[in-house]
Write a protein that binds this ligand. Structure first.
Ligand code: MRU
Length: 371
Protein backbone atom coordinates (compact mmCIF):
# COMPACT_ATOMS: atom_id res chain seq x y z
CA UNK A 1 0.00 0.00 0.00
CA UNK A 2 1.38 3.44 -0.89
CA UNK A 3 1.07 6.65 1.12
CA UNK A 4 0.42 9.76 -0.99
CA UNK A 5 2.30 11.94 1.51
CA UNK A 6 5.51 10.50 0.10
CA UNK A 7 6.84 10.35 -3.46
CA UNK A 8 7.24 6.75 -4.60
CA UNK A 9 10.90 6.13 -5.46
CA UNK A 10 10.35 2.64 -6.94
CA UNK A 11 7.38 0.37 -7.75
CA UNK A 12 6.61 -2.71 -9.84
CA UNK A 13 5.70 -2.30 -13.49
CA UNK A 14 2.20 -3.65 -14.10
CA UNK A 15 2.12 -4.40 -17.81
CA UNK A 16 5.32 -6.49 -18.03
CA UNK A 17 8.18 -7.76 -15.84
CA UNK A 18 10.14 -4.77 -14.67
CA UNK A 19 10.27 -1.87 -12.24
CA UNK A 20 9.02 1.69 -12.41
CA UNK A 21 11.49 4.25 -11.13
CA UNK A 22 11.05 7.93 -10.34
CA UNK A 23 14.06 9.38 -12.19
CA UNK A 24 15.51 11.70 -9.54
CA UNK A 25 17.90 13.38 -11.97
CA UNK A 26 14.91 15.34 -13.38
CA UNK A 27 13.78 16.67 -9.98
CA UNK A 28 12.69 19.25 -9.01
CA UNK A 29 11.77 20.32 -12.55
CA UNK A 30 9.83 17.29 -13.73
CA UNK A 31 8.45 14.03 -12.29
CA UNK A 32 9.64 11.54 -14.88
CA UNK A 33 9.00 7.84 -14.29
CA UNK A 34 11.32 5.39 -16.04
CA UNK A 35 10.35 1.77 -16.77
CA UNK A 36 13.30 -0.63 -16.43
CA UNK A 37 13.22 -4.25 -17.54
CA UNK A 38 16.85 -5.29 -17.92
CA UNK A 39 19.85 -5.54 -15.64
CA UNK A 40 21.87 -2.98 -17.61
CA UNK A 41 19.12 -0.41 -17.13
CA UNK A 42 18.93 -1.06 -13.38
CA UNK A 43 22.72 -0.80 -13.09
CA UNK A 44 22.77 2.46 -15.08
CA UNK A 45 19.98 3.98 -12.97
CA UNK A 46 21.80 3.25 -9.70
CA UNK A 47 25.24 4.31 -10.96
CA UNK A 48 23.92 7.59 -12.44
CA UNK A 49 21.85 8.55 -9.36
CA UNK A 50 18.45 8.16 -11.05
CA UNK A 51 17.71 6.38 -7.80
CA UNK A 52 19.93 7.11 -4.82
CA UNK A 53 19.96 6.95 -1.04
CA UNK A 54 21.26 3.75 0.52
CA UNK A 55 17.94 1.99 1.33
CA UNK A 56 16.34 2.96 -2.02
CA UNK A 57 19.39 1.63 -3.88
CA UNK A 58 19.11 -1.68 -2.01
CA UNK A 59 15.37 -2.06 -2.61
CA UNK A 60 15.68 -1.06 -6.30
CA UNK A 61 18.49 -3.56 -6.85
CA UNK A 62 16.50 -6.41 -5.24
CA UNK A 63 13.31 -5.57 -7.14
CA UNK A 64 15.25 -4.97 -10.37
CA UNK A 65 17.07 -8.30 -10.11
CA UNK A 66 13.85 -10.15 -9.28
CA UNK A 67 12.01 -8.53 -12.19
CA UNK A 68 14.72 -9.07 -14.78
CA UNK A 69 15.27 -12.73 -13.84
CA UNK A 70 11.48 -13.21 -13.72
CA UNK A 71 11.30 -11.87 -17.25
CA UNK A 72 13.49 -14.72 -18.45
CA UNK A 73 11.61 -17.25 -16.31
CA UNK A 74 8.28 -16.13 -17.80
CA UNK A 75 9.78 -16.21 -21.32
CA UNK A 76 11.04 -19.76 -20.74
CA UNK A 77 14.66 -18.76 -21.32
CA UNK A 78 15.80 -19.18 -17.72
CA UNK A 79 17.75 -22.22 -16.50
CA UNK A 80 15.50 -25.08 -15.43
CA UNK A 81 17.32 -26.33 -12.33
CA UNK A 82 17.15 -24.51 -8.99
CA UNK A 83 20.94 -24.40 -8.75
CA UNK A 84 21.25 -22.83 -12.21
CA UNK A 85 18.57 -20.27 -11.28
CA UNK A 86 20.50 -19.37 -8.13
CA UNK A 87 23.69 -19.03 -10.19
CA UNK A 88 21.86 -16.67 -12.57
CA UNK A 89 20.69 -14.59 -9.59
CA UNK A 90 24.18 -14.55 -8.12
CA UNK A 91 25.67 -13.30 -11.41
CA UNK A 92 23.10 -10.51 -11.53
CA UNK A 93 23.71 -9.59 -7.89
CA UNK A 94 27.46 -9.32 -8.50
CA UNK A 95 26.86 -6.95 -11.40
CA UNK A 96 24.53 -4.70 -9.38
CA UNK A 97 26.78 -4.71 -6.31
CA UNK A 98 29.37 -2.93 -8.44
CA UNK A 99 27.05 -0.01 -9.25
CA UNK A 100 27.87 1.96 -6.09
CA UNK A 101 30.49 0.76 -3.63
CA UNK A 102 29.70 2.60 -0.38
CA UNK A 103 26.02 1.90 0.46
CA UNK A 104 25.88 -1.24 2.62
CA UNK A 105 22.18 -1.68 1.84
CA UNK A 106 22.99 -2.61 -1.75
CA UNK A 107 24.69 -5.92 -1.08
CA UNK A 108 22.56 -6.48 2.04
CA UNK A 109 19.32 -6.46 -0.01
CA UNK A 110 20.73 -8.51 -2.87
CA UNK A 111 22.17 -11.16 -0.54
CA UNK A 112 18.92 -11.22 1.46
CA UNK A 113 17.00 -11.89 -1.78
CA UNK A 114 19.35 -14.71 -2.78
CA UNK A 115 19.26 -16.28 0.68
CA UNK A 116 15.46 -16.17 0.82
CA UNK A 117 15.12 -17.61 -2.70
CA UNK A 118 17.56 -20.41 -1.88
CA UNK A 119 15.49 -21.27 1.18
CA UNK A 120 12.26 -21.13 -0.84
CA UNK A 121 13.64 -23.45 -3.53
CA UNK A 122 14.82 -25.90 -0.86
CA UNK A 123 11.31 -26.05 0.63
CA UNK A 124 9.30 -25.61 -2.56
CA UNK A 125 7.50 -28.93 -2.14
CA UNK A 126 6.09 -27.96 1.24
CA UNK A 127 6.01 -24.15 1.34
CA UNK A 128 3.71 -21.79 -0.51
CA UNK A 129 5.03 -18.71 -2.27
CA UNK A 130 5.11 -15.66 0.03
CA UNK A 131 1.85 -13.73 0.15
CA UNK A 132 2.01 -10.29 -1.40
CA UNK A 133 0.08 -8.01 -3.66
CA UNK A 134 2.14 -9.10 -6.63
CA UNK A 135 1.99 -7.76 -10.19
CA UNK A 136 -0.10 -9.93 -12.53
CA UNK A 137 2.79 -10.84 -14.84
CA UNK A 138 4.47 -13.01 -12.16
CA UNK A 139 2.79 -16.31 -13.11
CA UNK A 140 5.47 -19.02 -12.92
CA UNK A 141 5.89 -20.25 -9.29
CA UNK A 142 9.59 -19.28 -9.34
CA UNK A 143 8.95 -15.73 -10.49
CA UNK A 144 6.00 -15.34 -8.08
CA UNK A 145 8.30 -16.43 -5.26
CA UNK A 146 11.15 -14.20 -6.40
CA UNK A 147 8.96 -11.13 -6.84
CA UNK A 148 7.21 -11.83 -3.54
CA UNK A 149 10.53 -12.07 -1.72
CA UNK A 150 11.81 -8.83 -3.29
CA UNK A 151 8.53 -7.19 -2.32
CA UNK A 152 9.12 -8.36 1.26
CA UNK A 153 12.43 -6.45 1.18
CA UNK A 154 10.58 -3.35 -0.07
CA UNK A 155 7.88 -3.55 2.60
CA UNK A 156 10.41 -4.31 5.38
CA UNK A 157 12.25 -1.12 4.43
CA UNK A 158 9.01 0.89 4.59
CA UNK A 159 8.28 -0.59 8.04
CA UNK A 160 11.80 0.27 9.23
CA UNK A 161 11.24 3.86 8.10
CA UNK A 162 8.07 4.03 10.21
CA UNK A 163 9.98 2.72 13.24
CA UNK A 164 12.88 5.17 12.76
CA UNK A 165 10.35 7.96 12.43
CA UNK A 166 8.71 7.11 15.77
CA UNK A 167 11.99 6.68 17.64
CA UNK A 168 13.52 9.77 16.07
CA UNK A 169 10.52 11.99 16.77
CA UNK A 170 10.54 10.94 20.43
CA UNK A 171 13.93 12.66 20.81
CA UNK A 172 12.49 16.14 20.34
CA UNK A 173 10.29 18.38 22.50
CA UNK A 174 6.63 18.81 21.57
CA UNK A 175 7.00 22.62 21.72
CA UNK A 176 8.90 22.56 18.43
CA UNK A 177 12.35 22.06 16.98
CA UNK A 178 14.70 23.44 14.34
CA UNK A 179 16.77 20.76 12.61
CA UNK A 180 19.68 20.90 10.21
CA UNK A 181 19.89 18.07 7.69
CA UNK A 182 22.17 17.08 4.82
CA UNK A 183 21.68 15.38 1.45
CA UNK A 184 18.31 13.63 1.03
CA UNK A 185 17.18 11.08 3.58
CA UNK A 186 13.46 11.09 2.85
CA UNK A 187 10.97 9.05 0.84
CA UNK A 188 13.15 9.53 -2.24
CA UNK A 189 15.99 7.71 -0.45
CA UNK A 190 13.94 4.74 0.80
CA UNK A 191 10.84 2.65 0.13
CA UNK A 192 8.94 4.52 2.85
CA UNK A 193 9.12 7.86 4.65
CA UNK A 194 12.90 8.00 4.95
CA UNK A 195 15.57 7.64 7.60
CA UNK A 196 16.33 11.05 9.19
CA UNK A 197 13.41 12.71 7.40
CA UNK A 198 11.10 9.97 8.71
CA UNK A 199 11.47 11.67 12.10
CA UNK A 200 10.63 15.02 10.51
CA UNK A 201 7.50 13.58 8.85
CA UNK A 202 6.49 12.01 12.16
CA UNK A 203 6.97 15.28 14.09
CA UNK A 204 4.84 17.04 11.48
CA UNK A 205 2.16 14.34 11.76
CA UNK A 206 2.16 14.76 15.54
CA UNK A 207 1.58 18.49 15.12
CA UNK A 208 5.00 19.44 16.51
CA UNK A 209 6.24 22.66 14.86
CA UNK A 210 9.32 21.56 12.93
CA UNK A 211 11.59 23.72 10.80
CA UNK A 212 14.22 22.07 8.61
CA UNK A 213 17.37 23.73 7.32
CA UNK A 214 18.56 21.73 4.32
CA UNK A 215 22.17 21.93 3.15
CA UNK A 216 22.24 21.94 -0.64
CA UNK A 217 24.78 19.05 -0.76
CA UNK A 218 27.21 19.99 -3.50
CA UNK A 219 28.20 18.65 -5.95
CA UNK A 220 24.93 17.20 -7.24
CA UNK A 221 22.57 19.02 -4.88
CA UNK A 222 20.46 16.25 -3.37
CA UNK A 223 19.53 18.74 -0.61
CA UNK A 224 18.49 21.56 -2.93
CA UNK A 225 16.87 19.44 -5.64
CA UNK A 226 15.36 16.64 -3.58
CA UNK A 227 14.99 17.49 0.13
CA UNK A 228 13.66 20.99 -0.53
CA UNK A 229 11.21 19.57 -3.12
CA UNK A 230 10.11 16.66 -0.95
CA UNK A 231 9.53 18.70 2.22
CA UNK A 232 7.74 21.52 0.39
CA UNK A 233 5.50 18.91 -1.25
CA UNK A 234 4.60 17.64 2.23
CA UNK A 235 3.90 21.13 3.56
CA UNK A 236 6.87 21.07 5.97
CA UNK A 237 8.78 24.31 6.58
CA UNK A 238 12.16 24.06 4.87
CA UNK A 239 14.92 26.64 4.40
CA UNK A 240 17.73 25.95 1.95
CA UNK A 241 21.35 26.92 2.75
CA UNK A 242 24.61 26.31 0.92
CA UNK A 243 26.88 23.83 2.68
CA UNK A 244 29.29 26.55 3.78
CA UNK A 245 26.56 28.41 5.72
CA UNK A 246 26.02 25.69 8.33
CA UNK A 247 28.56 27.00 10.86
CA UNK A 248 27.23 30.55 10.75
CA UNK A 249 23.67 29.26 11.13
CA UNK A 250 24.64 27.33 14.25
CA UNK A 251 26.54 30.32 15.65
CA UNK A 252 23.35 32.39 15.20
CA UNK A 253 21.54 29.89 17.45
CA UNK A 254 19.14 28.80 14.70
CA UNK A 255 19.75 25.04 15.00
CA UNK A 256 18.64 22.73 17.85
CA UNK A 257 20.13 19.52 16.43
CA UNK A 258 21.65 17.98 13.33
CA UNK A 259 19.91 14.90 11.92
CA UNK A 260 21.03 12.99 8.84
CA UNK A 261 21.46 9.47 7.43
CA UNK A 262 24.22 6.97 6.65
CA UNK A 263 25.40 4.76 3.84
CA UNK A 264 27.38 2.61 6.26
CA UNK A 265 27.39 2.15 10.03
CA UNK A 266 30.45 0.27 11.31
CA UNK A 267 30.85 -2.07 14.29
CA UNK A 268 32.38 0.72 16.42
CA UNK A 269 29.68 3.28 15.53
CA UNK A 270 31.65 5.21 12.90
CA UNK A 271 29.39 6.26 10.05
CA UNK A 272 29.98 6.99 6.39
CA UNK A 273 27.59 9.43 4.75
CA UNK A 274 27.32 12.16 2.11
CA UNK A 275 30.43 14.33 1.79
CA UNK A 276 30.10 17.19 4.27
CA UNK A 277 28.69 15.07 7.10
CA UNK A 278 32.03 15.02 8.95
CA UNK A 279 32.26 18.81 8.78
CA UNK A 280 28.73 19.12 10.19
CA UNK A 281 29.62 16.75 13.05
CA UNK A 282 32.63 18.89 13.97
CA UNK A 283 30.52 22.05 13.80
CA UNK A 284 27.82 20.46 15.98
CA UNK A 285 30.43 19.51 18.57
CA UNK A 286 31.84 23.05 18.60
CA UNK A 287 28.35 24.48 19.15
CA UNK A 288 27.24 21.86 21.70
CA UNK A 289 24.46 20.54 19.46
CA UNK A 290 23.21 16.94 19.37
CA UNK A 291 24.32 15.09 16.24
CA UNK A 292 21.88 12.30 15.29
CA UNK A 293 22.38 9.68 12.57
CA UNK A 294 19.32 7.70 11.44
CA UNK A 295 19.85 4.34 9.74
CA UNK A 296 17.99 1.03 9.51
CA UNK A 297 19.80 -2.16 10.51
CA UNK A 298 20.32 -2.91 6.79
CA UNK A 299 22.90 -0.09 6.76
CA UNK A 300 24.88 -1.62 9.63
CA UNK A 301 27.81 -3.84 8.65
CA UNK A 302 29.50 -5.33 11.67
CA UNK A 303 32.25 -6.84 9.50
CA UNK A 304 33.56 -3.27 9.16
CA UNK A 305 35.53 -2.57 12.32
CA UNK A 306 35.69 1.18 11.66
CA UNK A 307 35.03 3.82 9.01
CA UNK A 308 38.54 3.36 7.64
CA UNK A 309 37.38 0.04 6.13
CA UNK A 310 34.48 1.49 4.14
CA UNK A 311 35.27 2.10 0.47
CA UNK A 312 34.57 5.72 -0.48
CA UNK A 313 33.08 6.18 -3.93
CA UNK A 314 34.86 8.76 -6.08
CA UNK A 315 32.68 10.24 -8.77
CA UNK A 316 33.24 12.07 -12.04
CA UNK A 317 35.27 15.30 -11.99
CA UNK A 318 32.59 16.99 -14.10
CA UNK A 319 30.16 16.82 -11.16
CA UNK A 320 32.40 19.48 -9.59
CA UNK A 321 33.39 21.36 -12.76
CA UNK A 322 29.73 21.84 -13.71
CA UNK A 323 26.67 23.09 -11.84
CA UNK A 324 23.26 22.40 -13.35
CA UNK A 325 24.81 21.74 -16.75
CA UNK A 326 26.83 24.98 -16.73
CA UNK A 327 30.62 24.80 -16.54
CA UNK A 328 31.85 26.74 -13.50
CA UNK A 329 35.58 25.86 -13.64
CA UNK A 330 38.36 25.54 -16.24
CA UNK A 331 37.71 22.39 -18.29
CA UNK A 332 40.98 20.71 -17.31
CA UNK A 333 41.27 21.73 -13.64
CA UNK A 334 42.14 18.83 -11.33
CA UNK A 335 39.23 17.76 -9.12
CA UNK A 336 38.82 15.63 -5.98
CA UNK A 337 35.25 14.34 -5.76
CA UNK A 338 34.59 11.78 -3.00
CA UNK A 339 30.84 11.16 -2.68
CA UNK A 340 31.06 10.34 1.04
CA UNK A 341 33.12 11.00 4.16
CA UNK A 342 33.75 9.20 7.44
CA UNK A 343 32.45 10.52 10.77
CA UNK A 344 34.03 8.98 13.88
CA UNK A 345 31.69 7.57 16.53
CA UNK A 346 32.84 10.00 19.23
CA UNK A 347 31.17 12.88 17.34
CA UNK A 348 27.77 11.11 17.24
CA UNK A 349 25.22 11.71 20.02
CA UNK A 350 22.93 8.81 19.11
CA UNK A 351 22.03 6.44 16.28
CA UNK A 352 18.32 6.33 15.44
CA UNK A 353 17.58 2.79 14.24
CA UNK A 354 14.38 0.88 13.52
CA UNK A 355 15.03 -1.03 16.76
CA UNK A 356 15.39 2.08 18.90
CA UNK A 357 17.93 4.70 19.91
CA UNK A 358 21.53 3.55 20.35
CA UNK A 359 23.82 5.64 22.53
CA UNK A 360 27.56 5.40 23.21
CA UNK A 361 29.38 3.17 23.69
CA UNK A 362 28.08 2.10 20.27
CA UNK A 363 30.10 -1.12 19.94
CA UNK A 364 28.01 -3.26 22.34
CA UNK A 365 24.74 -1.59 21.27
CA UNK A 366 25.45 -2.35 17.59
CA UNK A 367 26.41 -5.93 18.44
CA UNK A 368 23.03 -6.40 20.17
CA UNK A 369 21.22 -4.77 17.22
CA UNK A 370 22.67 -7.07 14.58
CA UNK A 371 22.38 -10.18 16.76
O1 MRU B 1 24.87 9.88 -3.20
P1 MRU B 1 23.54 9.61 -2.56
O2 MRU B 1 22.51 10.61 -2.95
O3 MRU B 1 23.08 8.19 -2.76
O4 MRU B 1 23.81 9.79 -1.02
C1 MRU B 1 22.77 9.54 -0.10
C2 MRU B 1 23.16 9.82 1.29
O5 MRU B 1 24.28 10.17 1.58
C3 MRU B 1 22.14 9.55 2.35
O6 MRU B 1 22.38 10.36 3.45
C4 MRU B 1 22.25 8.08 2.76
O7 MRU B 1 22.09 7.25 1.67
C5 MRU B 1 21.37 7.65 3.84
S1 MRU B 1 19.73 8.24 3.92
C6 MRU B 1 18.70 7.28 3.18
Amino acid sequence: MTDSRYPLAVAWLHDRPGIDLLDQTFLPHEEVRRPLDDLEGVFEAIANLRVRGAPAIGVTAAMGLAATVSRSIEAGTSPESPSALLAQLDRGARVLEGARPTARNLSHSLRALLGAMREWLDQEATTRAPQADLPGWACHPWSRALVGLADDIRSADAAQCRQMGMHGADLFPSEGVSLLTHCNTGALATAGSGTALAAVYELHARGVPVRVYACEARPVLQGARLTAWELQRAGIEVTLITDSMAGALMAEGQVDAVILGADAVCANGDVVNKIGTYTLALLAQEHGLPFYVAAPRTTVDKSLASGAQVPIEERSADEVRFLGGVRTAPPDVAVWNPAFDRTPAHLITALITDAGILRPPFGPAIQRLVD
